[in-house]
Design a protein around this ligand. Sequence first.
Ligand SMILES: [Zn+2]
Length: 77
Amino acid sequence: MPIYEYRCEGCQTKFELLRSFSRADEPAECPTCRAVGARRLISAFACFSKSDGGATTAVGGGGCSGCSAGSCASCGH
Ligand SMILES: [Zn+2]
């Protein structure tokens, strides 16, 4: 299951959640203030690290958390 990153709009806490792909965009509960309404952050690191030479730079075993699960919402891998 891919890991998604969320940020609480109330207290600005950032946290990660393991979620199924289909639930990735649902509001998440903040572990700090318990407010439900944290928004998913789009992770833009490993997914977009394709080098100029055409080779994909693997970080920690390949792609982002979505990529490693076989379906990445951020980069479409
Ligand atoms: Zn919060």
